[in-house]
Write a protein that binds this ligand. Structure first.
Ligand SMILES: *Cc1c(COP(=O)(O)O)cnc(C)c1O
Length: 415
């Protein structure tokens, strides 16, 4: 008896673009096991796959680095949620960035937003340069793009929207229109919003990248990355590099991240609702200098959020400048009871950090401040706890910072 004789017949249940996000999140890349009918795919730990004759594998798989069932299913699901024809998974968000940059020939030039993720900045300035790829950073890429493009040299535009940690937005369509006139491809790091809130390919981007470690997995227990795109030639080049460089995720991590992604819409909705509540509370606090949250009408690029984000949602990430400088920012992060002081974001639990001293400490201070990352900035990742509890935690922590500094006889400019 062969496997196909045993296969349990199930009705066709391939999700399609007619389905909405939640349906795709739950079903895309999630076939029932054809042998047992298991609703949840087994974790396929085998590193190699049998061949019936030389060069004729039994199924579609040969060796785990090239592809394996859990990775294929995860990639299928990411492609569906990002409205892409293809997706590729990598061992981290950083490995995704590195693999895309490796696809550029020596002598290539990249234009990037200034306030990129710290690790991306590090790769651009310390690693890509060693391969003969140079990067120009722009604080206002939509305005400057035309002038920054070098004919024949510029191959890639790198956008983060919202950016990290200032949460400024880029009009992807406006940048893509200019880039495409020059035959240049546009990459958008969509980590901060997740595919639930923003789909960059719909706005003209050529590649969307994610640190899956954040919202897509969503439970702070997997390190992974992914890229999604529509071009068959990009698929050919990047899947070649995925296999050749080998920065690929394990089957177990793919399985976990896929499980996490099935509730992405629920988590992203709740995190965005909490982000809005916390941003409003911060905005009305006398202890806060400025709040960066794309969901607030006061945000400088709120109009872009309304155009680019699902229902104008602001997401779960925000940052603010606290009165009292770096000491106040650091004390605030120790005074919260629900928010944990830690790097990273996008998990079910709320986190808080000081970018100038933590995630962005590797960027020289003058460059950091030019990008709007001041030492008194606090970055918040709202999880999916109850919003009322998060607001109370933030408000009380702000009050304790003020009282603490008065007791210490410090003048914070507001005392
Ligand atoms: C975390 C992060 C990355 C890097 O991802 P890793 O999975 O940590 O390698 C890239 N971009 C953004 C916006 C991130 O937050």
């Amino acid at each position: 008896m062969t496997f196909s004789d045993q296969a349990i017949e199930t009705p066709p249940r391939a999700p399609s673009p007619v389905h909405r996000f939640g349906t795709l999140a739950v079903h895309a890349g999630s076939p029932h096991d054809p042998v047992t009918g298991a609703v949840i795919e087994p974790i396929s730990l085998s590193t190699t796959f049998a061949q019936s004759s030389v060069g004729n594998p039994v199924g579609v798989y040969e060796y785990v680095r090239s592809s394996n069932p859990n990775r294929t299913n995860f990639e299928t699901a990411v492609a569906a949620l990002e409205h892409a024809r293809y997706a590729l998974a990598f061992s981290s968000g950083s490995a995704t960035t590195a693999t895309i940059l490796q696809s550029l020939a020596s002598g290539s030039h990249v234009v990037s937003v200034s306030d990129v993720y710290g690790g991306t900045h590090r790769y651009f300035t310390k690693v890509a340069s060693a391969h003969g790829v140079s990067v120009t950073f722009s604080p206002s890429i939509a305005l400057e793009i035309e002038d920054l493009i070098r004919p024949d040299e510029t191959k890639l535009i790198w956008i983060e929207s919202p950016s990290n940690p200032t949460l400024s937005l880029v009009d992807i369509r406006a940048v893509a229109d200019v880039a495409h006139r020059h035959g240049i491809q546009v990459v958008v790091d969509n980590t901060f919003l997740s595919p639930y809130i923003q789909n960059p390919l719909d706005h003209g981007a050529d590649i969307v990248v994610h640190s899956v470690t954040k919202y897509i997995n969503g439970h702070s227990d997997v390190l992974m990355g992914a890229a999604a795109f529509n071009s068959a030639s990009l698929y050919e080049r990047l899947s070649f590099l995925q296999n050749a460089i080998g920065a690929v995720p394990s089957a177990f991590d793919c399985w976990l991240a896929h499980r996490g992604m099935k509730t992405l819409h629920l988590r992203a909705r709740e995190a965005s609702r909490n982000g809005t509540m916390v941003a409003r509370a911060l905005q009305s606090s006398p202890h806060v200098l400025a709040v960066n949250y794309p969901g607030l009408p006061s945000h400088a690029q709120h109009a872009i959020a309304l155009k680019q984000h699902r229902n104008g949602m602001g997401g779960g990430m925000l940052s603010f400048r606290i009165k009292g400088g770096k000491p106040a920012a650091e004390r605030f992060c120790q005074e919260t009871k629900i928010f944990t002081l830690a790097e990273s974001l996008g998990g079910v639990e709320s986190l808080v950090e000081v970018p100038g001293s933590m995630t962005h400490a590797g960027i020289p201070q003058d460059q950091r401040e030019a990008a709007g990352v001041f030492d008194d900035m606090v970055r918040i990742s709202c999880g999916v706890e109850d919003g009322e509890d998060l607001v109370q935690d933030v408000v009380r922590a702000l009050e304790r910072v003020v009282v603490g500094s008065k007791l210490n006889g410090q003048t914070n400019g507001y005392a």
